[in-house]
Structures are given as C-alpha cells and as structure tokens.
Ligand binder design. Structure first.
Ligand code: SAM
Length: 414
C-alpha cells in the first residue's frame, strides 16, 4: 500500500464507510475505490473522492486551484525553482508525465512522487466549509492577459486601464551604473522615482499591493539606500508600508571601505491596512525541520521577514538561466505573487528586464503586463516566456506578440 492509498483508506475508515458507500458517494465504481486504496488510479478519481468526503490535501490551501495547479505552484515557489526537468530527475518520471500531472491528467502515483519531491507530505485533512465553498465556486480561470510592451513605462502606464492591476512587482533601476542606466544625481533619481510611482494609485485595484525590490545607489562615496528615497514618496501617494522584507543571499561584490553587501529590501505597500491580501497559509515554510518539530504550526511556519534565497549569479558562476545583469530569482517573485494575489489576478512589472515577474505569474495562473524599454531584454524575455509556455502546453507554444509604445498611445485608455 502506498502513502496516498493508505491516506484514502484512513479517510474512509474515519467516516465509517465501506468501499461501496464511498463509491456511491463519489460516483465511482467500488473497483476504482479499491484501486485508489492500493495507490493506483487517476488524479480525477482522487479529486472526486476528496470532494465527496470533504477532505483536501494538507498543504493545498488554495481551493480555487486544482491538484495539478497546486503542484505547478509549489514547483514555482520552491527555494531554487525546480524546473520540470529537475522534477523529472527527482521523481524518476518523464517530463510529459509531470506536465500531465500539472494539468490534472494521469495517475496518483505520479502526483504522489511529484508532491514528495517538492517536500509536500502526503496527508489529507478535513477541509473547512469556506474552503469547500470556494472549491465549489466556478473555478477562477487562469488569466489570459499576457502583454509584453516595449517602451518607456512612464508613458505606457498612462494607457493602462484604471484599477486593472492587482499587484505591481518590480525592481526599478537602482542608478548603480548598470549598462541600461544613465547616471542621475540623487535629486535626479528622486524626480524619476516620483514620476513613475505617481501612476500606481490610479492603476491598482482596491486590495492591490505594490512590492518594490530595492538596493542602494552610490553617489561618489555617498551611499543612499533606495528605501529611504521611496518611503516618503510612497507615503505621499497614500500607500502604507506593510513591512520591509530582507532578501539575503551569498556571493557578490566586496568592498574595501564597507562590509560586503549581501541583502536587498523588498518593500510591501498597500493603500488600506484593514483590507489587503495576505495569504500566509499559501506561503508557509515547509522545510523538514519545521514540520518535524511538534511545537510548530503543522501547516508550516510563518516564513518571517528574512528571506534567504539564492541570487541568480553572474560572472564565472553564471548558469544558462542568467540573462539579465540584475535578474530577480523566480522564487522571490512567486512568493510575492502567492502572498498578494489570487489565481486570475493581473500583475504589472513596469521595469520588467528579463521578465522574471511574468515567468512566475504565468506559472501561477496570473496574468501579466510587462514593460521594458531595452530591445535586448525584450528579446530575452520573449525567449523565456516562449519556453515556459511551451512547457505548459507544447501545442500552444504561443509567441506573445510584443506591443510597441506607439501602439499603446494609439489605443488611448484601455
Ligand atoms: C533592475 S532591472 C529589472 C530586472 C528584472 N527584475 C529581471 O528579473 O530581469 C530594471 C530594468 O528596467 C528597464 N528600464 C529602465 N528604465 C525604464 C523605463 N523608463 N521604462 C521601461 N523600462 C525601463 C531597464 O532596461 C532594466 O532592464
């Protein structure tokens, strides 16, 4: 008997049902129930049994997501973003098999292997009535908004629909002398920060959030942490800081006159501190040490405001995934998206670079609007997105068309 089979048997016993009773309740045959209890059967049958009995997979918090979408999301959120290829190696299953699992097709053995490889215990718990109600509601479709716009975000943001964005997640230029930057004075940078952020209040939906990934700029020998610059500007715009998060990493440049910097800030802003999304259960820390400790919340720990996540290394250590000089790791973007939005939401990144925000948003069923002014990064972003779109459905390897700033201006407000 497998873990998943045993868990289904345990639910049935707890409810005092025979295999025949459970078959009637779930609309399956007694043979199918017997098969599931031996660890054999389809994901669809498992889903029917869970719905009929009011149980859910222990860490499947998002009722709007199917079991397959849950696997895809956990994969995107894992510390070192597990690719399908890596998951195939970890489970010994083929990539097409795992792609099917993520679309709720295929067998429960494959689902169980994928979950185990992603550190998800195979256990079922009684679902709360609200969870069941949400699961019964028409499934919020994955968003089909996929826009990549080439041009200056200052003018493009004016053309987007008011209230149409649920999350702005971005790393603005740091004025740190990168190849895509023109050097600005501190005052010049402050003016730029005001110019682009002034569009945010109008674009955000009621519970919308803004997450800014910020480092610091050097002005000669003077160092200015960017959060000091953005904090008063965002407050003037009516935003409240929910929390600054520290992203810590290893490796990077060192200094002679200062400590080497190994952290960046993620500032989380909302407009209404009484009404914003914080989906803690979806982002709990599930590492083994946590789940083994009996004093811990069995759902996993609050991940705290210190997020150690490997950076996307450059230089000699660069891997094939490194395509932008300041690339955000996908697990950071995934955790933020899962914290602040639901499936179907729309995420905007006005300084999209290589499109990390879009990669995470797409994998998690959210729509995206990416704005980037440099052609070379638009090309890289397109390549990355084409790859993940093809991974999800090879027959649909969509080539997201790149819109130009001038197209947006022609369309006026959309
Ligand atoms: C810090 S990088 C973002 C990197 C991105 N988070 C990633 O993971 O690849 C900032 C990006 O903003 C772009 N950029 C700078 N000013 C811009 C503007 N006014 N409009 C649109 N893009 C801009 C730069 O070309 C650069 O690619």
């Amino acid at each position: 008997m497998t873990a998943i089979g045993a868990a289904i048997g345990a639910i049935r016993t707890e409810l005092g049902h025979s295999q025949e009773d459970l078959a009637t309740l779930s609309g399956l045959s007694p043979n199918t129930i017997a098969g599931l209890e031996r660890g054999r059967g389809t994901i669809t049958s498992l889903d029917k049994v869970l719905r009929a009995t009011g149980y859910r997979l222990k860490h499947h918090y998002d009722a709007a997501m199917s079991l397959g979408q849950h696997v895809a999301t956990r994969r995107a959120m894992s510390q070192e973003k597990v690719s399908l290829q890596t998951l195939a190696q970890l489970t010994g299953k083929s990539k097409p098999t795992l792609m099917n699992v993520e679309k709720d097709r295929g067998r429960i053995e494959s689902l169980a292997s994928a979950l185990t490889a992603l550190g998800q215990p195979i256990a079922f718990v009684k679902a709360a009535p609200e969870w069941l109600a949400e699961a019964e509601a028409p499934v919020k479709p994955r968003s089909s908004i996929r826009r990549v716009i080439e041009g200056d975000c200052l003018s493009i943001m004016e053309t987007l629909d008011p209230g149409s964005i649920d999350l702005v997640l971005t790393s603005p230029p740091y004025n740190a002398g990168k190849e895509y930057e023109k050097r600005l004075t501190r005052q010049g940078y402050e003016d730029f920060a005001r110019e682009w952020t002034c569009h945010l209040p109008g674009l955000l939906s009621d519970k919308g959030a803004v997450w800014l990934n910020l480092g610091y700029m050097l002005d000669g020998r003077k160092l200015h942490p960017l959060e000091y610059i953005y904090h008063p500007i965002m407050e003037e715009l009516g935003f409240h800081l929910v929390q600054p998060i520290t992203w810590s990493f290893r490796g990077g440049m060192t200094y002679r006159r200062r400590f080497a910097h190994r952290t960046e800030r993620l500032l989380w802003w909302v407009r209404d501190l009484d009404n914003y999304e914080f989906r803690l259960d979806h982002v709990r820390d599930l590492c083994e040490r946590v789940t083994a400790d009996k004093r811990s919340n069995p759902l996993g720990n609050n991940p705290t405001d210190l997020w150690p996540v490997k950076r996307v290394a450059g230089g000699p250590a660069a891997g094939p995934d490194k395509v932008h000089p300041c690339q955000m790791p996908v697990p950071i973007a995934s955790r933020i998206i899962e914290t602040s939005t639901r499936v179907g939401a729309t995420v905007l990144d006005p300084f999209a670079g290589s499109g990390t925000t879009a990669v995470a948003a797409h994998e998690m069923g959210r729509g995206y609007i990416m704005i980037e002014q440099e052609k070379r990064y638009i090309r890289k972003m397109k390549d990355r997105l084409a790859k993940i779109e093809a991974q999800h459905d090879p027959s649909m390897a969509i080539n997201t068309p790149v819109e130009k700033e001038t197209d947006c201006a022609d369309q006026g407000t959309r």
